[in-house]
Design a protein. Structure first.
Length: 219
C-alpha cells in the first residue's frame, strides 16, 4: 500500500536464538523470520516453533497507535485472536509459561528498517543500523526530525518484572541510560507530534537512510 517501504536481506539462510523467560517478554526481530512453507512468518508460526523447543507461549501482542492490537492467544490447543505477520521494526509482547530458548529460521537484514512513530507510546525494534544506540542517543536522533519530539525510552527486563526507562526533560535525564539491543522491544514516547502534512499519521525514523523524516502513512 501507500505506506509500504522496501528492506533488503541476504539470501543465505540463518537462525536466531531467543532466550525466553517465564512471564512477560518484550522482544523484536532483527532479521527476516521465515515459516517452513517459505511464506510470511506469523504469530502462530512463532508459537509452533517455540513449542518444538519446549517453550510454551500463551499469547503474543503488538502495540500501535496508542493501543494494543492483533493479540493472539492459545490455551489447551484452542487459539483465538488475529494471527498476524511478524515483521522487523516492531516490538512484541510474548507471555510464556516457562523458560527456554527458541531457535527461529530466517535471513539477515542488509538494510536498516524504518520505524514509524506516531503520537504517544510506540512499541518498536531498532534493526539494521550500524550505530550502537543507547536510550539517550536514540531520543536525540529522533528529535532531529522535524515534527517529532521524544522524551522517553523504556523496556521490560523480564527477570526484574518491571519497566526501566530514561526520561529526558529540558535536557535533564531521569533514570539511567542503557544500551539498545536489536532483540528487545522498546516503548518510545513521542511527546509532541507535529507533521507538516496534517493528514500524516506517522513519521518515519530512518537515521542515515533516505526515508528519515518522511510520512509513514496518512489518514
Amino acid at each position: 500500500d501507500s505506506s509500504a517501504y522496501e528492506i533488503t536481506y541476504s539470501q543465505e539462510s540463518t537462525a536466531q536464538q531467543y532466550d525466553i523467560e517465564e512471564g512477560i517478554n518484550i522482544i523484536s526481530f532483527n532479521f527476516v523470520p521465515v515459516s517452513t512453507d517459505s511464506g510470511a512468518y506469523t504469530a502462530e508460526d512463532l508459537m509452533a516453533q517455540a513449542a518444538k523447543n519446549e517453550v510454551y507461549i500463551e499469547y503474543i501482542s503488538a502495540f500501535e497507535g496508542g493501543r494494543w492490537y492483533s493479540g493472539y492467544s492459545c490455551s489447551s490447543g484452542i487459539c483465538t485472536g488475529t494471527n498476524f505477520t511478524i515483521v522487523s521494526g516492531r516490538g512484541y509482547v510474548v507471555k510464556s509459561t516457562n523458560d527456554g530458548t527458541i531457535t527461529i529460521p530466517g535471513y539477515n537484514l542488509t538494510s536498516s528498517v524504518p520505524v514509524a512513530f506516531s503520537s504517544g507510546w510506540n512499541l518498536v525494534g531498532i534493526h539494521g543500523y550500524t550505530t550502537a544506540y543507547t536510550a539517550r542517543t536514540l531520543i536525540d536522533s529522533i528529535n532531529k526530525i522535524e515534527g517529532l519530539t521524544s522524551n522517553n525510552v523504556s523496556w521490560w527486563p523480564t527477570s526484574k518484572g518491571k519497566y526501566e526507562g530514561l526520561q529526558v526533560e529540558n535536557n535533564t535525564e531521569y533514570g539511567l541510560d542503557f544500551a539498545i539491543s536489536p532483540t528487545n522491544g522498546y516503548f518510545v514516547r513521542i511527546s509532541e507530534f507535529a507533521p507538516k502534512d496534517t493528514k500524516c499519521k506517522s513519521i518515519l525514523w530512518n537515521d542515515g537512510g533516505t526515508l528519515n523524516g518522511t510520512c509513514g502513512n496518512t489518514k
